[in-house]
Design a binder for this molecule. Structure first.
Ligand SMILES: Cc1cc2nc3c(=O)[nH]c(=O)nc-3n(C[C@H](O)[C@H](O)[C@H](O)COP(=O)(O)OP(=O)(O)OC[C@H]3O[C@@H](n4cnc5c(N)ncnc54)[C@H](O)[C@@H]3O)c2cc1C
Length: 385
């Protein structure tokens, strides 16, 4: 029997496991292949919904499902934390002490957020990268009576590159709706020399920032927060006073991947082939989603488009052939909805060779994001889209 072990039950891991179950159905039923997924939480969380807890009346309980309820019944689910990969032995050790063998390994353990890395972050800054933090931001917005709002990014890389710009746009709209705009300034800090990493998206977003009177600060990498003076300081030497500070927290890959020699410190991102998604030249270990070091959006849609390539790689490995067909290689495909406030949105669709050409923001793409959010659990993790 060949064993496929998937670590992580988020977008990438769940979809990969379900697609494997579909393609390997007969071999699993005959006992020739075993597919096991290990997830430490046992719950699958739809993280894009966090932004709507802060900005759109979403409720946390709507954003989570039991992992078992999303997985094909042919997949074994183990709820535990992977703490070590022993490559020589071909095993993964779990926190509970179990040792799980693998012939093929999929690393889909996402990213960690680390607000504590920046002193005073937790007391002074808000974010929306967990449900609890998003609720706290909502309370702060409700209590806000006008002043300086600063939205920024602590460091690169981070999940969902459009999210901080979206939140700046949504906060600005809300302040207008609540009659607080005249009494407020909104600032957006970008760590690079423009509003967004991809040039064509910057060209779309910059005039919207200007129209809405949101001041753009480029080359602003957050270095420190001074709680006494209520200023956020950049590595580049700029200081911005705030009354409400919203920062994307620092992100890293999982520590056990560093400890097991799979990912370099300090970032912990897995060195991943941009086409095959194999990790560090190993023939039987793949990565997808946020855990990789690929210079692409850390987005659910990235994991969504990568999963069929990982599956084809594993099936080809089982059959002793090279990957073939339309999922033989990942072409860098990503697709993200992008809110711009006032009930409008746009769409970023791109791959390695084709940068996004976002359509003029309109109501349609905003509604598209809402419908996608509402239908997510029935579609993406189950491999129905
Ligand atoms: C506020 C916000 C807004 C977003 N908006 C969008 C959006 O609009 N569009 C979009 O495409 N993406 C968006 N994203 C990004 C998207 O949620 C992630 O890119 C996506 O979840 C990545 O999938 P993944 O499978 O790589 O990781 P995850 O979905 O994070 O799953 C990782 C899984 O691994 C498990 N795990 C971790 N470590 C271990 C371990 N040691 N042992 C066992 N299990 C482990 C975790 O329990 C988790 O279930 C957003 C994210 C946030 C936070």
């Amino acid at each position: 029997m060949k064993r496929v072990l998937v670590l992580g039950g988020g977008v990438g891991g769940t979809l990969t496991a379900n697609l494997l179950a579909r393609r390997l159905r007969r071999r699993i039923d005959r006992g020739q292949v075993d597919v096991t997924l290990v997830d430490e939480a046992g719950a699958h969380v739809y993280q894009p919904g966090f932004m709507y807890i802060a900005m759109g009346g979403e409720r946390e309980e709507k954003l989570s499902r039991r992992e078992r309820s999303l997985l094909d019944s042919r997949i074994n689910l183990v709820i535990d934390k992977a703490v070590r990969i022993d490559e020589g032995a071909g095993t993964v050790t779990l926190a509970g002490g179990a040792i799980v063998p693998y012939d093929f390994l999929v690393l889909a353990t996402g990213a960690r957020i680390l607000p504590e890395v920046i002193e005073h972050f937790e007391a002074e800054a808000h974010h929306f990268y967990t449900a609890a933090a998003a609720r706290k931001l909502r309370r702060a917005l409700d209590a806000f009576k006008g002043g300086k709002v600063v939205v920024g990014i602590a460091s690169m890389p981070y999940k969902c590159p459009p999210a901080p710009l979206e939140v700046a746009f949504l906060i600005e709209s809300e302040l207008r709706d609540r009659g607080l705009r005249e009494k407020s300034e909104v600032h957006f800090c970008s760590p690079i020399g423009r509003a967004f990493t991809i040039e064509s998206v910057s060209e779309m977003a910059t005039p919207i920032l200007e129209d809405k009177g949101i001041e753009l600060h480029t080359f602003f990498n957050v270095e420190a927060i001074d709680p006494e003076r209520k200023v956020v300081e950049s590595l580049e030497g700029e200081e911005l006073p705030y009354d409400l500070l919203v920062l994307v927290p620092p992100h890293k890959g999982q520590q056990f991947l560093i400890d097991s020699g799979f990912a370099p410190a300090p970032g912990g991102w897995l060195p991943t082939d941009r086409n095959t998604l194999l990790v560090g030249g190993r023939p039987n270990v793949w990565a997808l989603g946020d855990a990789t070091d690929l210079p692409l959006s850390k987005a659910g849609s990235t994991a969504h488009f990568e999963a069929p390539v990982v599956v084809e790689g594993i099936v080809a490995g089982l059959e002793g052939r090279v990957p073939a067909g339309k999922h033989a290689a990942y072409e860098g495909r990503v697709m993200c909805f992008f809110e711009v406030g006032d009930g409008k949105g746009t769409l970023l669709r791109f791959d390695y060779d084709h940068p996004p050409q976002p359509p003029k923001p309109n109501v349609f793409w905003h509604l598209g994001k809402i419908v996608f959010n509402k239908t997510y659990f029935h579609t993406v993790p189950k491999g129905r889209v």
